[in-house]
Write a protein that binds this ligand. Structure first.
Ligand code: SAM
Length: 396
């Protein structure tokens, strides 16, 4: 067999499959889709027999959390033979694909009600299978091969496959294990944490999210996102008519502005715009495009609340709105969307714009960050009383 296995939030299988199938059909391949709960399987037949299935680029897929190429389906053997059967399957696959071994092992099951019942088995199997594969020299740091996926589905079948190192997501099931930041006022904090991990490569995170930068948070109450930015030493203007949590204000890095996020503009450009206002997605898209095209921010993370039908179409319409705004201003950009693990009926967008060229050439424009915003500030700690947010790993 040869198929793509896509993991997604339960209820979004059609969107994930449609998106990936579209990419395969555009290459002229024939596709047969079957949907599970929390996953979809695409059997792809490369027309003309030319080559094998290749996963769509990780950056292109919005609704798939993780993608791997399955090459073998086998029944889940009974307990005494299970590890040996899986180890044998992994060896067969390696031989077929011409691999010396695998760099990582992911034993996974769907993120669905039924699939979650298999997670304890996945954890147990993971340890035993790892030891068995290492014993046969098929897994380990000396095997610079792809990652090995062992996917258990509810009907007691196993799909074995591979994904490139790094792949669509570095986490098993594409689910980041984030600890809730101690003291953060809302679980939304995890959403922005995940977005920053997903959209800003690890090697660039320190430079692109550094102390002293400035951000605007539109729709900030109660302050989970502002907390995440302040935890990185970023000064935040939080715009919302609703209240901000006391702990957020006491960081001394967050200024509260009670204003309409659609009409408020910063007195000078900022490094980051984040926007979590619950409203029509196209309105948010237009606003983000407008900020970026006017050079008011360099990067933006924003949430688009999705309708229950034609979700992929809606994201694409919104992407077109952002691009249109930027096109008018002639700004180069990178725009991505991802249905993150912490997203429910929404997707998260990330936009990075190239700095505007200065008239007459010369140095690129830099957002100013010397002056403090003129707006009202609430809850600023007295001098010497600045409260640092708890670090991201939750340590006090
Ligand atoms: N990101 C926040 C956090 O981490 O705590 C949660 C934001 S909540 C989902 C949405 C917020 O958007 C609400 O507090 C609401 O008051 C705000 N909002 C909606 N429309 C707005 C507007 N036009 N201007 C400013 N805030 C708005």
């Amino acid at each position: 067999m040869e198929a793509l296995v896509l993991y997604c939030r339960a209820g979004f299988e059609t969107d994930a499959a449609a998106e990936a199938a579209e990419a395969a059909r555009a290459r002229g391949d024939a596709v047969r889709v079957s949907l599970g709960q929390g996953y979809a399987v695409l059997e792809v037949e490369a027309r003309g027999g030319a080559g094998s299935v290749s996963a769509p680029g990780p950056r292109d897929l919005i609704f798939s959390r993780q993608v791997f190429r399955a090459t073998e389906r086998l029944p889940l053997a009974s307990a005494p033979d299970r590890v040996a059967a899986l180890c044998e399957g992994a060896w067969r696959q390696a031989r077929r694909l011409g691999l010396r071994g695998y760099s990582e092992l992911f034993v996974e099951a769907p993120d669905s009600e039924g699939g979650r019942r298999l997670w304890p088995l996945c954890a147990a199997l993971s340890g035993e299978l790892r030891a068995a594969l290492e014993g046969r020299g098929l897994l380990g740091p000396r095997s610079p091969g792809p990652r090995l996926h062992v996917f258990l589905s509810e009907d007691s079948t196993v799909l074995l496959g591979t994904s490139p190192a790094g792949g669509v997501s570095p986490w098993p099931m594409g689910i980041p294990r984030l600890r809730f930041p101690a003291g953060a006022p809302s679980r939304s904090a995890l959403k922005l944490e995940e977005a920053l991990l997903a959209f800003v490569p690890e090697g660039e995170r320190q430079a692109r999210l550094r102390p002293g930068m400035r951000a605007v948070d539109l729709g900030a109450s109660p302050g989970g996102w502002a907390w995440v930015l302040a935890a990185r030493g970023i000064r935040v203007t939080a715009v919302d008519s609703g209240p901000l949590d006391r702990a957020v204000l006491e960081t001394g890095l967050v200024d509260h502005v009670r204003a309409d996020g659609f009409t408020w503009r910063p007195p000078r450009p900022v490094d980051w715009l984040v926007c979590d206002m619950v409203t029509a997605p196209a309105r948010v898209a237009k606003l983000v495009g407008l900020w970026a095209s006017r050079g008011l921010c360099r990067e933006a993370v924003f949430n688009l609340k999705l309708p229950s039908a034609s979700r992929l179409g809606e994201v694409r319409r919104c992407a077109a709105v952002v691009v249109r705004e930027l096109g008018r201003a002639g700004r180069g950009h990178v725009l991505r969307f991802k249905h993150l693990y912490h997203d429910r009926q929404e997707v998260t967008g990330h936009l990075r714009v190239e700095p505007a060229p200065r008239p007459g050439g010369g140095e690129k424009a830099q957002p100013a960050r010397a002056r403090r915003p003129q707006e009202e500030r609430h809850g600023r700690a007295r001098r010497g009383e600045r409260r640092r947010p708890v670090p991201r790993d939750g340590r006090q």
